[in-house]
Design a binder for this molecule. Structure first.
Ligand SMILES: NC(=O)c1ccc[n+]([C@@H]2O[C@H](COP(=O)([O-])OP(=O)(O)OC[C@H]3O[C@@H](n4cnc5c(N)ncnc54)[C@H](O)[C@@H]3O)[C@@H](O)[C@H]2O)c1
Length: 256
C-alpha cells in the first residue's frame, strides 16, 4: 500500500542537510524527503552532482540547493535566509559537510589544519548557531540537530591529526549544545565508520589508511544508506527521548 503524504513521519517538516551533493549527505537528504520533509541542501563547488541530487529530491518533495562554503559565516547566513524565504524555517538540521586531510604531523601545514577545522568544526558551529537562532526566534517546536562526526573522532588515526581533532570537536560541541538547548531542541551526533563514498576513494586517502578502515568486526565499508537510516530515525517521532548522544554506525569499529 502507498504511504499517503500525511502518514509520513516527517510530513510538514523542513530539513537542511549540508554537504549533500553526493555521498552520505545525499543519502540523508533523500531519506528525509522519503519521510515527507521538505529538504534544502548545500554543497561546495560540486554543481554536477548537486544538480542530480536536487532533481531526484524534487521527484519526492519541495527542495532547493545552494553552492556555499560552510566555513564562511556570511554565506551560511545567506543560505538560511534562502531556505527560510523559499521553504520556511527548518526544524531538522543535519550538519554533514566535511573534508579529510591525510599527512604526517610534520608535513601538515597550518593552513591545511585550519581548513579542516574550518569546514568540519567551524562549519558545524555556524550551521547549528544559524538554525537555533531562527528556531528560537519563531518558537518552532521539536527541533532536531544531527551532526555527522566520525569514528576517528574517538579512535584517532595516524596521519590524520586535523581530521580527528575536528571530529572530536564535533562530538563535544554536540554534547554541550544538547545540554544548552534541552528540552526544546534535541542534539545528537552520528559517528560513521568507513563508508563507501568519494571521501574514501584513493584520490583522498592512502591505500594504507583504507586498509586500516577494514580493521573492525564487520570488516567492510558501510553504505551511505546505513548512515541515512540513523539520521532519519533521529529526526523522527520515535527519537523524542534521545539527546546528547553520538551513535556509532561503524561496523563495530568503536565499542564504547
Ligand atoms: N565516508 C566515510 O567513510 C566517512 C566516515 C566517517 C565520517 N564521515 C563524514 O561524513 C560526512 C560526509 O562524508 P562523505 O563521505 O559523504 O564525503 P563526500 O566527499 O562524498 O561529500 C562531502 C560533501 O560535503 C560538501 N562540502 C565539502 N566542503 C564543503 C564546504 N566547505 N562547504 C559546503 N559543503 C562542503 C561536498 O560538496 C559534498 O557534498 C563528512 O563530514 C565526513 O567527515 C565520512
Amino acid at each position: 500500500m502507498n504511504q499517503t503524504s500525511s502518514a509520513k513521519p516527517l510530513a510538514g517538516k523542513i530539513a537542511v542537510v549540508t554537504g549533500a551533493s553526493k555521498g552520505i549527505g545525499r543519502a540523508i537528504a533523500l531519506a528525509l524527503a522519503e519521510q515527507g520533509s521538505k529538504v534544502a541542501i548545500c554543497h561546495h563547488q560540486d554543481g554536477l552532482n548537486a544538480a542530480d541530487t536536487l532533481s531526484e529530491l524534487q521527484t519526492k518533495t519541495e527542495a532547493l540547493c545552494a553552492d556555499i562554503d560552510i566555513a564562511d559565516e556570511y554565506q551560511t547566513e545567506i543560505f538560511f535566509d534562502q531556505v527560510e524565504a523559499e521553504l520556511g524555517i527548518p526544524s531538522v538540521i543535519v550538519s554533514n559537510a566535511g573534508i579529510i586531510h591525510e599527512a604526517p604531523l610534520t608535513d601538515t601545514r597550518a593552513e591545511d589544519f585550519d581548513r579542516v577545522i574550518d569546514v568540519n568544526l567551524r562549519g558545524c558551529f555556524l550551521v547549528n548557531r544559524e538554525a537555533v537562532r531562527r528556531i528560537k526566534r519563531a518558537a518552532i517546536p521539536q527541533g532536531r540537530i544531527i551532526n555527522v562526526a566520525s569514528d576517528l573522532g574517538y579512535l584517532g588515526r595516524e596521519n590524520m591529526v586535523s581530521y580527528c581533532a575536528s571530529k572530536g570537536g564535533v562530538i563535544s560541541l554536540t554534547r554541550a549544545l544538547a545540554r544548552e538547548l534541552a528540552p526544546d531542541i534535541l542534539v545528537n551526533a552520528i559517528a560513521p565508520g568507513p563508508v563507501d563514498t568519494d571521501m574514501t576513494s584513493i584520490e583522498h586517502m592512502s591505500e594504507e589508511a583504507l586498509a586500516k578502515d577494514l580493521n573492525s568486526p564487520l570488516a567492510r565499508f558501510g553504505s551511505p544508506h546505513d548512515i541515512a537510516a540513523m539520521a532519519a530515525f533521529l529526526a523522527g517521532p520515535q527519537a523524542g527521548f534521545i539527546t546528547g548522544q553520538c551513535f556509532g554506525v561503524n561496523g563495530g569499529s568503536v565499542m564504547p
